[in-house]
Ligand binder design. Sequence first.
Ligand SMILES: [Fe+2]
Length: 102
Amino acid sequence: MGAQESRVLRTAPLATPTDLKPNAVRDLAGELNILLADMFGLYLKTKNFHWHISGPHFRDYHLLLDEQSEQIFATTDAIAERVRKIGATTLRSIGHVTTQTS
Ligand SMILES: [Fe+2]
């Protein structure tokens, strides 16, 4: 695949079938992407506590926060794929996440 063909494919509209009107796709995708960015933020904050907690209950909290972070992370794929399913695009980078957090 040449550079020209690659560029065309990158900017091609998504041919994802949906019954939603374009305004609804835009609004839903916008809100879902904000939610997704917030989930990544919450995931990292939870990991932060998991990594840095100390004290007499270290082990219990360390394990609890790890389990919680896994559950938070597990939601991200479903949210992102829901955005794609309605024909919109979702987050592409950490930089993109920082522009979407509420
Ligand atoms: Fe860990």
